[in-house]
Design a protein around this ligand. Structure first.
Ligand code: C2O
Ligand code: CU
Length: 474
């Protein structure tokens, strides 16, 4: 099937939509290769809905493998969460499944499979849902959805997959960077007019650090809500599955570059062409620079922040069980590329060896330090309505310490502190990047009953076991 342009659809409360997963011919830099897509689009359709609305989705699997759809970040009914064996059976080829979605929070959410994510996401299965309040929808600003990704190509094809995850140690870092499925992303804007970007990192493993030189990001929100107080930043760091809401204002007309600019590398992701405008800049700049606070969310977050110094309710350790193959240990394993900075693996500096590690010999672990129970053998139980302070300790004494992105299904949380340092910028999230060696305390609001996954969103780590569950009892 040929690939179609990504559609942007404004959907009404209660509407029924069709979604299918199928095979398509992707094209990148003029090369054609086999892949997957939702509704023949890569990324899949962008759905715009109003906060508080609901949708019904009739999903059909036109792939030759089984799949499910997970609605990342939505606090929906457990039975529609798309987790095989836990909330539904896998949708077999030719079969369908009906999902019911609700949107209690504002932000950019996304949908992707929860079966062999390492393969299915890399081949092109993901799409976004932009949820806004009526007031936000009405704002007179240019709004764009930017989905960041990277794919690993060799001789015009995706580097082959296996019947279990390969690249299991670090995850599959790509060598072609994509924005909205394109290797050369282009955006048009107008001088002095703000552009609101909703950014998602949909890659398997790569943390992105987005930058647009000669302008600044006014950071407004994260995965599932707004900050009480916006702030300016020149970089936007997003681990796989994290999102951000930012605004930019281009003071001068001309051409700007969008970079993935990390402490160790820089890639050009796209170009922004800014048309000139006759409107005087001063007033526009001034209103853009003002950082007015939102009193209501200030109060809400302050009550959560009060937990910063209280004891945690329970703890998870993040670690690894792996015996390096003989001859592949010690410094010989690493090539000379500098890839690691601030506890984050920005690049795969040992891709050759990483490619040979599989989920058969690598087990990534999320465990209870007290009982030593781990991954799907571990279930915690909490009560609906409880706020729980959870400590994630990313151990640095394993054979390969690295960053993880912890994602909690169906419920939201705030990051209270990292390494004991209080977080001054609370915001609702469902995913958080934890550097190697770091300890992160989060406060989860368990508002939604059911059995929910807590896992690393590095697709290869997930396939290598790094997932546990929490039962939220009524
Ligand atoms: Cu984005 Cu368990 O998933
Ligand atoms: Cu991980």
């Amino acid at each position: 099937m040929p690939l179609l342009e990504t559609q942007v659809l404004e959907l009404k409360d209660g509407q029924k939509v069709e979604l299918s997963a199928g095979t398509v011919e992707h094209s990148l830099n003029g090369q054609k290769f086999y892949g997957y897509a939702y509704n023949q689009q890569f990324p899949g359709p962008v759905w715009k809905v109003q906060k508080g609305a609901s949708l019904r989705v009739h999903f059909t699997n036109d792939l030759d493998v089984s799949t499910t759809v997970h609605w990342h970040g939505l606090r929906l009914k457990n039975e529609f969460d798309g987790v095989p064996m836990v909330t539904q059976p896998e949708v077999q080829p030719g079969q369908s499944f009906d999902y019911e979605l609700v949107f209690p929070d504002e932000g950019l959410f996304w949908y992707h499979p929860h079966v062999r994510e390492d393969v299915q996401q890399e081949r092109g299965l993901y799409g976004t849902i932009l949820v806004e309040s009526q007031e936000t929808q009405a704002l007179p600003v240019q709004k764009e959805v930017l989905v960041l990704d990277d794919v690993l190509m060799e001789s015009g094809e995706l580097v082959p997959f296996e019947n279990r995850a390969n690249f299991a140690l670090m995850g599959r870092y790509g060598n072609v960077m994509l924005v909205n499925g394109k290797a050369e992303y282009a955006l048009r804007a107008v001088q002095g007019e703000r552009v609101r970007l909703h950014v998602l990192n949909a890659s398997n493993a790569r943390p992105f650090s987005l930058a647009i030189p000669n302008t600044q990001f006014k950071v407004l929100g994260s995965d599932a809500g707004f900050y009480a107080q916006p702030f300016f930043a020149d970089h936007l760091v997003l681990g796989p599955s994290e999102r951000a809401i930012v605004e930019v204002l281009f003071e001068e007309a001309g051409e700007y570059k969008l970079f993935n600019s990390t402490p160790v590398t820089q890639y050009t992701l796209g170009t922004i062409r800014v048309a000139s405008s006759a409107t005087p800049m001063e007033g526009l700049m001034e209103s853009f620079s003002s950082l007015s606070a939102n009193i209501i969310s200030m109060q809400e977050y302050a009550s959560l922040q009060a937990f910063t110094n209280s004891p945690y309710d329970f703890e998870y350790e993040l670690t690894l069980d792996w015996k390096p193959m003989s001859g592949m240990h010690g410094p010989a394993m690493m090539n000379s590329m500098h890839s690691f900075e601030d506890g984050i693996e920005w690049e795969d500096a040992m891709a050759y060896m990483n490619g040979f590690t599989t989920s058969d010999d690598v087990t990534w672990i999320i465990r209870d330090p007290l009982t030593k129970k781990q991954n799907m053998d571990l279930t915690r139980t909490v009560k609906k309505g409880e706020l729980k302070k959870i400590r994630f300790k990313n151990l640095d004494d394993s054979p390969h310490p690295m960053n993880h992105v912890i994602h909690v299904h169906g419920n939201r949380f705030v990051v209270l502190s990292v390494d004991g340092k209080p977080n001054e910028r609370l915001v609702w999230k469902d995913s958080a990047l934890i550097p190697a060696g770091a300890t992160m305390d989060v406060l989860v609001e368990f508002s939604n009953p059911g059995t929910w996954m807590v896992h690393c969103h590095n697709a290869e780590h997930l396939e290598s076991g790094m997932m546990t569950q929490i039962l939220v009892a009524e």
